[in-house]
Design a protein around this ligand. Structure first.
Ligand code: NAI
Ligand SMILES: N[C@@H](CC=O)C(=O)O
Ligand code: NA
Length: 433
């Protein structure tokens, strides 16, 4: 079985190493040897340890259409030329393994349609939560169940940064540089810290979980660049921790089993330190899947890094190679449910709000009135400090996000509120069954 590799960076170089070091085992598992036919790179002059220079080419297009190639692995990343190369590969009868969440979340439909049309496999386990087997469980193991919710930490870089801010009191930039030097961060850290990477993963997860088309553009996205030391301290005061969460939920309707639609969102939120996700440290990822019959399942492990991601790529490669040997393609995406993705304003969440206020009679009443005006119920309120230092910390019950935003706007307009110092959503009320 001849394999073409596109890209030889953090992930690609590890794929080459594993293919070489595990050649005998892989051959035994597939039933035939897996042989590298070529490696497309951008800079052929670079010396790459363990890479046979004779395999290196800058002609990616030529490589994917070669007759002696059976399977193409795409680990270039980005939209183009990755999309064109994968489409060309499938058009010429090859199956594809990719780690490219950005492309799958932006234009997966085009790739899935091509896979269907040309009878090719398109596997992408590495694209979400790196090494953690998550997509195959959703796509195959849980395909007979009814998934209600997927909740998790799917970006290692931001988890590393938030963990360092929480545990070591590190500054944002210092922690980001460390995450980059460890190979967790994307080349452009914006994708990580602004939540684009997690949003792409959330779209892929929601699509698989709910059999419904979801793209990155459908995902409500907030990154962690605005998370301040005050937010982290506020969370500590509540015995919570701040995590960047990806949440995909089926929103129930009164009568329909399928629900009214789905909510797919990524934002930093407080979760209680007792919640299992709170103990996910450093660059690790963890994802809860809640399904009707299976109950709660938790997936945990390395979500980023060259070797862990290459492990997922190799797992897909063996699966695809077995399908090629057996002459039977694997499962194709189905998005028959076509549930609408609901606007963020309709999503029900809880808020933590920290206010700098004037310390005088009637302030609490004015603040409480703002919540009442938008029908948001308060769960807890406490005053911290006195006089010039007076602060109010309010935690709400669950309410539509639009109502909670309106409350915050209203609070900003009150004379007695000097500053809305911190606003953050609170998750994790429903602990796993
Ligand atoms: N690094 C990680 O921890 C993870 C990465 N991924 C995904 O894996 C993919 C690869 O990521 P990395 O290896 O980290 O990126 P990288 O930037 O280290 O490697 C990409 C390589 O592709 C090369 N390249 C770019 N355009 C090319 C072209 N037209 N032809 C040939 N080579 C080209 C670049 O020169 C670079 O060496 C991305 O889609 C990324 O999102 C997924 C999970 C984890
Ligand atoms: N940059 C990502 C790794 C790839 O998925 C992360 O930090 O999790
Ligand atoms: Na995975």
């Amino acid at each position: 079985m001849r394999v073409a590799l596109l890209g030889c960076g953090v992930v690609g170089s590890e794929v080459v190493r594993l293919l070489r070091e595990q050649a005998d085992d892989l051959a035994a598992r597939v039933g035939t040897p897996l042989e590298l036919a070529g490696i497309a790179v951008r800079r052929p002059e670079r010396v790459r340890a363990g890479v046979d220079p004779a395999l290196v080419t800058t002609d990616a297009q030529g490589l994917v259409t070669r007759d002696d190639v059976d399977i193409v692995i795409e680990v270039i990343g980005g939209i183009e030329p990755a999309r064109t190369l994968m489409l060309e590969a499938m058009k010429t009868g090859k199956s594809v393994v990719t780690a490219n969440k950005a492309l799958l979340a932006e234009d997966g439909a085009t790739l899935f349609a091509a896979a269907r049309e040309y009878g090719a496999d398109l596997y992408y386990e590495a694209s979400v939560a790196g090494a953690i087997p998550l997509l195959r469980p959703l796509r195959e193991s849980l395909v007979g169940d009814h998934v209600h919710r997927v909740l998790g930490i799917v970006n290692g870089t931001t988890n590393y940064i938030l963990d360092q801010m929480d545990s070591a009191g590190a500054g944002f930039n210092e922690a980001l540089e460390e995450a980059q030097s460890l190979g967790y961060a994307e080349a452009d850290p914006t994708a990580d810290v602004e939540g684009f990477d997690a949003a792409a993963k959330a779209a892929i997860l929601a699509q698989l979980a709910f059999h419904t088309p979801v793209t990155a553009a459908d995902v409500h996205r907030e990154g962690i660049t605005e998370v301040s030391a005050a937010d982290v301290a506020g969370a500590t005061g509540m015995d919570c921790v701040v995590k960047l969460l990806a949440i995909c939920e089926r929103v129930p309707s009164d009568d329909g089993r399928n629900g009214r639609g789905v909510s797919v969102r990524v934002y930093p939120a407080m979760i209680p330190r007792t919640h299992p996700l709170a103990s996910v440290r450093e660059a690790y990822n963890a994802v809860f899947v809640e399904a009707e019959s299976a109950g709660s399942l938790m997936f945990y492990g390395a979500g980023a890094g060259g070797a862990p991601t290459a492990s997922a790529v190799l797992g897909d490669l063996v699966a695809v190679a077995r399908n090629v040997v057996g002459g039977t393609p694997g499962p194709v995406e189905v998005t028959y449910a076509k549930l609408p993705v609901l606007p963020m304003g309709e999503t029900v969440t809880r808020y933590y709000i920290h206010l700098d206020v004037t310390d005088e009679a009637g302030v609490l009443a004015a603040v409480a009135a703002e919540f009442a005006r938008h029908e948001v119920s308060i769960q807890a309120v406490r005053q911290v400090g006195l006089g010039e230092e007076a602060q109010l910390v309010v935690v709400t019950h669950r309410a539509p996000d639009a109502a909670l935003s309106a409350v915050v706007e209203g609070l900003r307009g009150l004379d007695s509120v000097r500053e809305v110092a911190s606003v953050m959503r609170v998750e994790g009320e429903e602990t796993p069954r």
